[in-house]
Structures are given as C-alpha cells and as structure tokens.
Design a protein around this ligand. Structure first.
Ligand SMILES: Cc1ncc(COP(=O)(O)O)c(C=O)c1O
Length: 342
C-alpha cells in the first residue's frame, strides 16, 4: 500500500500529456461500434469511413469469416509455442509458399505483423559498422529496425533519388554493408516511391535494396502483386516486406526474398525467434482470397509462375529454388486515395 509521503515517479507522464493537450496533439481514440465497413458507426454516429486500410473489404468478407471460424474449430485459437520450438503449423508453411509464388520470389517467412517483419529484418543483418540510407517518410517500423540495428542512418529527402544517391556516394569507401530502403506506397500520403531510380542507385553502389510494400500489396501491380510488379522491377529488390493487415484484411506480416535471406531470418530475426506465431485463424483467411470469383480478388491465388525448379517456397528449408522472372509489368496509375494509414 503506497505511503502518504511517496511521490509519484511517473508524474512526468502527466506533465508530458499536459504538454500534448496544450499543443492540441493529444487525441481520444475513436471507437468503432460495429464492423469495419465503408459506412459504419463510430462513437454512436453513422459515418462514411475513409480512413481504413481495409482496401478490398476482406476484413468482413463472408468467405474469410467462414475460413477463420473453420480454422478455429480445427486448430484452436493459437499455435502454443514459438515457431522454432513447436509452433510451426502446416498452414503457416502453406501461407508462406503461397505468398512467395504470388510475389515471384524464392521464399517467404511470415511474422506476427508488418511492424515486426520490418523491425526484425533490418535489425537482424546490420550492425554498428553498416549504413542505412532511408527515405525521411519511411514507416516507424523501419525507423525502429534501423535504430535497433545500431547501424548509421543516413536519411534522404522524401522520394529524392538524387539525394539518396548522394548519401550512398558519401559512404561508398566505407567497408560496412549498405541498405537502401523505401516504402513502396507511403503510409500517410499514399504516394508511390521512385523505386526504379532507387534500384539504379542501389545497383550503382552495391547496396541492398529493400521495399516495404505494406500499402501496395493487394492494390498495385498485377492482381495486387505490389510495387515491384507495378514497375516491372522483379529481381532488383532484394527484400520485400508486406502485411496481411491492410488489403488482405487480417493480421500478420511477411518478408520475401531469396531462400538464404529467409533461412537467415529464421535463425536471426528476433521476433521470429522469440514471439509466438500469428494465431492460425489468420493465416487461413489470408489463404482464401484465391477462391474468390471476382478477377480483382484473385490476388493470393497461385496463378503466379511456379519457381523454375518446382521446389517449395516456404521458409527455413536448406534447398534452393529459382523464381522465374515475370515479364515486366506496364506502369499503372497511382493507388486509390484511400491508401492512408490508420
Ligand atoms: C508502411 C507500413 N509498413 C508497415 C506497417 C506495419 O504493418 P502491420 O500493421 O502489419 O504491423 C504499416 C502499418 O501501419 C505501414 O503503414
């Protein structure tokens, strides 16, 4: 029981909240009374919802609801362990294979969220002697991953390829690894990153190229394959991150790339090693859009090319397979203006 004389060691929080209130940046959470729909009820008021990331309406799609219920009945409500101990389920492997094929890469690993996918990936393979060249408006999960890695961070002006190149040039004689990283579609404004120019710069300076396609997957590129497909730059982006929590309507994140990259992440990415898996009712729905009849909803189908060797694309297998490059995609128009962050 606290004594009368004890001072509150957390009183600084109240001071900081008061500062936010004084600046007008303190907010109250809006509470959704019903389901995530184009017209729904927040705080008792019927509104048109233009702020959601549920771009394709999958969050409430009847087939996904049904699939989530079916998976819960069949497997329970969790995987019960981290993946490296006893928590790897067949449905995780199926989901990874499906995403890898869809993105036309060798392999994929699923994380608990896009946030942990970004933060866990960047911090797994870079250290204090390395350099990260990062767009100033990249997502917070990238920024946190950069900080966790302890690498030196060089920020370039938003979408400014020449500035990114300048930053790369400034460290070209340094021995560390260099990572050039950009959102595919930026979370706050919905604008598209200049990926072809950034790939040119990364290739010129031998940097690793990474794209966070959280907002583009399901929206841009053929059948929603993302910005790499939108720009026809298959094979030029070493690491693609995505999420299942926006256009796919569920929860979870993923990383796509070479089999060695994915195998490495399974051994070194801390969220993969130390956090339990996404609950399995979620991978199941994410597998399901392949059954949708509308052509634009076929994003997660296996209609993408099979890896040349026909080998499986799931994570942490020692064997290698080669993804067969898709033909270049024609550039498309920008995504819908609803590509804003929640
Ligand atoms: C650009 C971007 N990357 C990553 C994330 C994280 O994704 P998730 O919601 O799956 O954690 C978000 C989510 O807001 C995002 O906007």
């Amino acid at each position: 029981m606290p004594t009368a004389t004890r001072t509150n060691p957390l009183s600084f929080l109240t001071d900081q909240l008061d500062e936010l209130k004084a600046k007008g940046t303190h907010f109250k959470l809006r509470v959704l009374d019903d389901e995530q729909a184009p017209v729904c009820t927040f705080d008792g008021k019927r509104v048109i919802n233009l702020a959601s990331n549920n771009y394709l309406g999958f969050t409430t799609h009847p087939k996904l609801r049904e699939a989530a219920l079916e998976a819960t009945r069949k497997y329970g409500v969790g995987s019960g362990a981290v993946r490296t101990i006893a928590g790897t389920m067949k449905i995780h492997m199926e989901l990874e294979e499906k995403i890898a094929r869809f993105k036309n890469v060798e392999a994929c690993v699923v994380f608990q969220s896009g946030f942990t996918a970004n933060a866990g990936t960047v911090s797994s393979f870079l250290g204090k002697d390395d350099y990260i060249i990062s767009d100033e408006l990249n997502h917070a999960s990238i920024i946190d991953g950069c900080r966790l890695s302890r690498a030196k961070i060089l920020v370039f002006r938003h979408k400014d390829v020449a500035h990114a190149e300048e930053q790369l040039a400034s460290v070209k004689n340094e021995p560390g690894k260099k990572l050039l990283i950009s959102d595919g579609v930026f979370s706050m404004d919905g604008d598209i990153g200049p990926l072809p120019g950034l790939c040119d710069a990364a290739e010129k300076y031998g940097a690793i190229m990474m794209v966070d396609d959280a907002h583009a997957s399901g929206v841009l590129g053929r059948q929603g394959r993302g910005t790499v497909d939108h720009f026809g730059i298959h094979g030029r982006v070493d690491i693609q991150v995505g999420t299942l929590s926006k256009a796919i309507g569920a929860l979870g994140g993923y990383v796509c790339g070479t089999r060695d990259l994915i195998d490495f992440l399974c051994h070194r990415a801390r969220p993969f090693l130390f956090l339990p898996r996404i609950r399995h009712p979620l991978p199941r729905p994410a597998l399901r859009p392949s059954t949708f009849s509308k052509p634009n909803h076929s994003g997660w189908s296996n209609s993408g090319p099979t890896p040349a060797s026909g080998k499986k694309n799931s994570a942490c297998s020692a064997s290698t397979s080669e993804a067969k490059p898709l033909p270049p995609a024609k550039p498309q128009s920008r995504p819908s203006s609803s590509a804003t962050d929640a």
